[in-house]
Design a protein around this ligand. Structure first.
Ligand SMILES: [Zn+2]
Ligand SMILES: [Zn+2]
Length: 168
């Protein structure tokens, strides 16, 4: 497993942001919610995930290094808000529903965006170019290997023709 070395100062900035926002929430909500655990084991193209029952936030170290300010400004509050909503409203609340938006906007003071506007190309897995009669397609490594081994065929959902590997 490849691990990404995270500068201590960056980890401290993340913790500082989390603590500030948590303190703000505890003041406004008159609660004493404890600090969640933050770790850096999120992989793939997600910026982070909130593990509700574990009271834990997993952040993507590769994307954190590339998008430090956005993580501090948005990703950390975004995931913290998921935990806070879970504590306050339970599982019934929709992931980015009105409770979450209220938590972000009114309590944490952060614009409630569902997704983060940074590029994820550095962590995207490789895809293979395919063609049909109408457009370009990208197949994942897994699907491409199935086609190569003749275990699967894929059709375009628009024109219905079989996808052909666009080998160069
Ligand atoms: Zn979310
Ligand atoms: Zn097509």
């Amino acid at each position: 497993m490849k691990s990404t070395r995270l500068p201590i100062a960056l980890q401290q900035a993340v913790m500082r942001c989390m603590r500030e926002k948590l303190q703000l929430a505890n003041q406004k909500l008159d609660t004493t919610y404890p600090e969640p655990e933050i770790n850096y084991q999120q992989r793939g193209t997600s910026a982070g995930t909130a593990y509700l029952q574990y009271w834990q936030i997993r952040l993507n170290p590769v994307l954190l290094i590339e998008n430090q300010q956005q993580f501090i400004d948005e990703v950390v509050p975004h995931e913290l808000a998921h935990l806070l909503v879970y504590r306050r409203f339970g599982r019934a609340a929709a992931p980015h529903g009105k409770e979450w938006r209220w938590m972000m906007e009114s309590i944490l003071g952060v614009p409630p965006r569902r997704t983060h506007p940074f590029t994820v190309t550095s962590v995207q897995s490789k895809t293979y170019p395919y063609l049909c009669e109408c457009r370009d397609h990208q197949l994942t490594v897994r699907r491409h290997n199935k086609v190569m081994r003749k275990e699967a065929e894929y059709r375009c959902s628009h024109c219905g023709t079989l996808l052909r590997f666009k080998s160069h």
